[in-house]
Write a protein that binds this ligand. Structure first.
Ligand code: TLP
Length: 344
């Protein structure tokens, strides 16, 4: 039985082109500034995002943490969504490592933070308060079901940040999915942000790595912070080579993942005992709910595992399925049949 693995787009393994590029990569000591492949990836990423410079990091988590450490000092406050990956899934690392205080604003179901609620969360000058320094957005928004923040919204938050002398960081782990869904260039979604981190190892299918993009001065300081976290990698061109292939060959096909997610969401919405909303599936993440009261999401997850369909529970009665390049349209039909079988 073929396992259909919908746990995450992080499970994608490197393509043959990536493996060949990795084998043939010209490398050097990147901590000493000598790795031409890492430099090529960073230049390519900066150009795609429309920023002056970029920094290759080990993971999306490291990209966010390096960015936060670079924008903020100890005791500074960030405004962040209560469903944000930075707040929800990163071990509170900004607080643990950087002494950075998170101030949450509720994420709306479309992944946005209401502008008036961001504004209300900005601290005044008062000896009792931490200093607000940074606003964080997430695009696409993972826990909001892969929701896309559009260009006008990011512009509005950027303008609000500038009005209050704050910085804007975008956790763009899946920002290429956002751009594909909107039919815009990713640089349009990055234009108003002071820093954007994006992942090569999710839908773009590289084995390892993320990139932080920003001004040259920001990236210079971010490079110091990457080293502080033990993230200085030596012949990192071996993995950066796969990242270059990811950017050059794997971006255009993301729309296929979105079409598969749409198929999956529509199919799930037809299965008794499940609730899914295809209109809210905008990219490659499908959130759905188990409405049958005699079953828990954990039960469903293990029954599906036994039927060769893997996915995650994400709290409450919700489950998450993610499409990616190792899942075909036929796999989606097969997965739907198996899910309907389990539910019956
Ligand atoms: N998300 C993972 C899990 O951690 C939940 C997933 O399977 O979706 N930002 C966002 C928006 C993310 O979704 C993730 C990973 C990260 C950052 C962190 O990336 P990594 O895993 O490379 O550290």
């Amino acid at each position: 039985m073929k396992i259909i693995d919908l746990r995450s787009d992080t499970i994608t393994r490197p393509t043959l082109a990536m493996r060949l590029a990795m084998a043939n990569a010209v490398v050097g000591d990147d901590v000493l500034g000598d790795d031409p492949t890492v430099q090529r990836l960073e230049a390519l990423a900066a150009a795609r995002l429309g920023k002056e410079a970029a920094l290759f990091v080990a993971s999306g988590h490291m990209g966010n943490l390096v960015s936060l450490l670079t924008h903020c000092g100890r005791g500074d406050e960030i405004i962040v969504g209560d469903q944000a990956h930075i707040f929800y899934y990163e071990q509170g690392s900004a607080a643990v490592v950087g002494g950075i205080h998170p101030r949450t604003v509720p994420n709306q179901t479309d992944g946005t933070l209401a502008l008036d609620q961001i504004e209300a969360a900005i601290r005044g000058d008062n000896v009792h308060f931490p200093r607000t320094r940074l606003i964080c957005l997430e695009n696409t928004h993972n826990r909001c079901g892969g929701a896309v923040l559009d260009v006008a919204y990011v512009q509005a938050v950027g303008a609000l940040a500038r009005r209050h002398q704050l910085k804007l960081h975008v956790d763009g782990a899946r920002v290429f999915n956002a751009a594909a869904a909107l039919g815009v260039e990713v640089r349009e979604l990055a234009a108003d942000a002071d820093s954007v981190s994006f992942c090569l190892s999710k839908g773009l299918a590289a084995p390892i790595g993320s990139v932080v993009c920003g001004s040259a001065a920001f990236i210079q300081q971010a490079r110091r912070n990457r080293k502080l976290l033990g993230g200085g990698m030596r012949q990192a061109g071996v993995i950066a080579a796969a990242g270059i292939v990811a950017l050059e060959q794997m971006v255009e096909r993301l729309v296929d993942d979105h079409a598969n997610a749409q198929r999956l969401s529509a199919g799930l919405s037809q299965i008794p005992g499940l609730a899914a909303d295809p209109a809210r599936t905008q990219t490659n993440i499908v959130m759905f709910e188990l409405t049958r009261p005699d079953m828990t999401p954990a039960h469903l997850q293990s029954a599906l595992e036994a039927a060769g369909v893997r996915l995650f529970t994400v709290g409450g009665r919700r489950l998450r399925a993610v499409t990616h390049y190792e899942v075909s349209a036929e796999d989606i039909s097969e997965a739907l049949e198996r899910i309907a079988g389990v539910m019956a």
